[in-house]
Write a protein that binds this ligand. Structure first.
Ligand SMILES: C[S@@+](CC[C@H](N)C(=O)[O-])C[C@H]1O[C@@H](n2cnc3c(N)ncnc32)[C@H](O)[C@@H]1O
Length: 289
């Protein structure tokens, strides 16, 4: 039997309810992510691989390891990787990108000189493997071709170091770029020299517009000194409970200029939340003046 198969055989232990409760409490308290009991099997199966790699036999031993000095330094990132859902796409939920090109960007230029008197600052919070910030970079660069003095920078953050590595490398399978319009495909992607590889990479000029950084949205201090003109936080708060969502949206609003934009995902609704934002288009909110 192959060693991995053998290890699969050895780990038959399931996660006890107590262990699940301990993991989910930590993940909720420190990362805001709510794991209902229906997620137990998901967590268990995602963590099996970590237990195998570390040669740890039980979830209880794994819990102790996570909170050992070595674990706190090196293992928590893997635990969080196992918990987060990273689904994303280029030009996902595209209505908001149209709204930016047709309305928001010219309005920000008019009201704040954003992008002309100074760089336009955009933050993709919860950027996963990079498709969202690179889509933004394409949209903003296309806007620049109509308005040559236009300047912008994009900060892209996520809690998952695994996703951030993929994002910074900017190499994707050809199928991933199906939603990208043809003109953008030609302009912003390089194809692999080895045609069999079926890979594409974002061109260096576009990559250089995006800075990736690990950031936990539950941290007290985001370490961001400047106000943003636009914040994308799409399909991230959906994993948080309502109270955590409201707090986070207030904090994100604090990082926006007045009249700046916050973009959420389609299923993220602000009804009855006490936040200084008004809806200006589906999924697009403006910070009240
Ligand atoms: C479903 S993806 C959404 C990606 C992209 N925004 C989109 O809409 O296509 C959610 C991302 O949020 C990140 N995330 C979850 N909790 C987080 C937290 N507390 N701090 C920062 N990022 C977090 C996950 O790692 C994941 O990459």
């Amino acid at each position: 039997m192959h060693t991995n198969d053998l290890m699969n055989e050895i780990i038959t232990e399931t996660m006890s309810h107590e262990d699940f409760a301990r993991f989910s409490k930590f993940i909720y308290d420190d990362y805001g992510i709510k794991l209902t009991s229906s997620k137990k099997t998901m967590l268990e199966s995602r963590l099996q691989r970590r237990l195998r790699n570390l040669d740890i036999k039980t979830f209880s031993d794994y819990y102790d390891f996570v909170f050992s000095a070595d674990g706190i330094k090196n293992e928590i990132v893997h635990l969080i990787d196992a918990v987060t859902t990273n689904k994303t796409d280029f030009f996902r939920e595209p209505g908001c990108f149209d709204y930016l090109s047709r309305n928001a960007l010219s309005r920000l230029i008019e009201s704040h000189g954003a992008g002309i008197c100074r760089e336009l600052r955009v933050w993709s919070a919860g950027c996963s493997s990079g498709e969202e910030p690179y889509t933004l970079a394409m949209v903003l660069d296309s806007f620049k071709s109509r308005q040559p003095d236009f300047r912008f920078s994009i900060l892209a953050t996520d809690i998952s170091t695994r996703m951030l590595k993929i994002a910074a490398r900017a190499v994707y399978e050809q199928e991933r770029i199906l939603p990208v319009p043809d003109a953008e495909k030609r302009k912003y992607f390089m194809t692999s020299k080895d045609a069999k590889k079926n890979l594409v990479r974002i061109v260096p000029e576009l990559r250089s517009r995006v800075t990736f950084r690990r950031l936990n949205l539950m941290e007290r201090d985001f370490g961001i000194g400047e106000h943003m003109d636009i914040i994308f936080c799409r399909n991230v708060i959906i994993y948080f409970d309502r109270n955590t969502q409201e707090k986070l949206l207030n904090r994100l609003s604090g990082y926006l200029i007045r009249g700046g934009y916050l973009i959420l995902g389609h299923s993220e609704i602000l009804t009855n939340m006490d936040v200084p934002l008004e809806r200006v288009a589906p999924t697009v909110y403006m910070k009240k003046r």
